[in-house]
Design a protein around this ligand. Sequence first.
Ligand SMILES: CSC[C@H]1O[C@@H](n2cnc3c(O)ncnc32)[C@H](O)[C@@H]1O
Ligand SMILES: [Zn+2]
Length: 449
Amino acid sequence: MIQPHGISSIQDKELFLKNRSTLITDVLLPNKKQVDIWYDDTGIIRAVGPEVAKEHRSEADITLDGSGTLAIPGLVNTHTHGAMTLLRGYADDMHLQQWLSEKIWPLEAHLTGDHVYWGTKLACLEMIKSGTVAFNDMYFFMKDAARAVDESKIRAVLSHGIITFGNEEKFETELKATDDVVHYVRSLHSPLITSAIGPHAPYTVPPDHLSICAEYGHKEKILLHTHLAETKQEVDDCQKTYGMTPTALLDKAGCLSDRTVAAHGCWLSEDDCRLLGERGSHIAHNPVSNMKLATGRAMPYHWLSDKGVNVSLGTDGCSSNNNLDMLEEMKIAAICQKFFWNLDTLLPAAEVLSMATSCGAKALGYAGGEIKEGMPADILLVSLHCPSMIPLHNPVSNIAYSADGGAVDTTICNGRILMRNRYVPDENEIIKGASSSADDLLNRAGIMA
Ligand SMILES: CSC[C@H]1O[C@@H](n2cnc3c(O)ncnc32)[C@H](O)[C@@H]1O
Ligand SMILES: [Zn+2]
């Protein structure tokens, strides 16, 4: 049996190498019940309860001592641009359109597949260290992102971000890049990685191109990932040009279905929320990015939940956040909603925890986000010995309002242990590779690091 504490020998490193039947003993659940959890080598939870260790100890290859930890489902980041880790701190404190057109897009023009590989490796490392086990990613060079995700062993939905501004030749290239990613991801035969089509936004992709994206998504049975109603300017321009809201425009183009994940939704109207509910579409809320880029309005969570829309949580990219810490995002989501809408009961702790877990899994189209029999073993063990978790009057409150990603001790995705006692194999190599890749990007763009 491999001992859980102290990663000191080669044998201990075997803990991370493959899926094994695993017993987690004496762990606390958010309802304050102490249980054992047993999952098998296919990564499926087989039993959760107080007597599970007694019944299943002989079937487990590994036992992890869960005492002093709280088990919660792995977190799901439903909107980000992973490789933007390399742009962290590059352009802050700006207006969105100016930020994109004057700083971000000019630098992104110099990106290579190698940058995206290292940026995504860094993103995966940061996510594993803060308890995220799945993410919805839209960026460039997504075959390189797929390689990085495949090595990191976390879940991802990957889309090539399509920006055309109506240019037909560019659209051809973007569709080809999308098709390449879709086929490459399928060729990996990974149960953890799927692909999506990613028209960037209704203001960068015109209606005829959006319609073709929708058709492609339906044909391939994949998700459609986009940005929606992020700023007032986007909504006003859309009304002026097309006589309808961006949500109605997406619907007219066939882009709204239960396989649609739209990020932001800050400026949705009540009618937009009704339409999203009727279509079964999902909204990914990104409060930190919205507040940092001063989008001027918080996503109307109360209208969306009234209309039955599934609302999940995302961080957006590291240039507008500037980290991928979903525990931090949960707190800010819960307090931002209360503050902006002046409703002290809006988005309570338990709802924001669901938003970051089961609602995220639902948006990304897989069963998960709950610790119970039959679910994938996407499990975090959060340390109860860190100051932000003491006292433990209410574990859900501590998770939503007090802890940050640093409290996560152990991260398990689909039964594979990715971090134990905050140790992740290859952490130093990833930090080194990503740091020099970020320097290389700035050099290529003629910017002194
Ligand atoms: C075409 S790949 C994705 C594209 O989106 C850019 N991006 C990052 N954050 C935001 C945001 O908040 N709103 C709109 N676009 C954003 C990213 O830099 C890529 O160019
Ligand atoms: Zn975004």
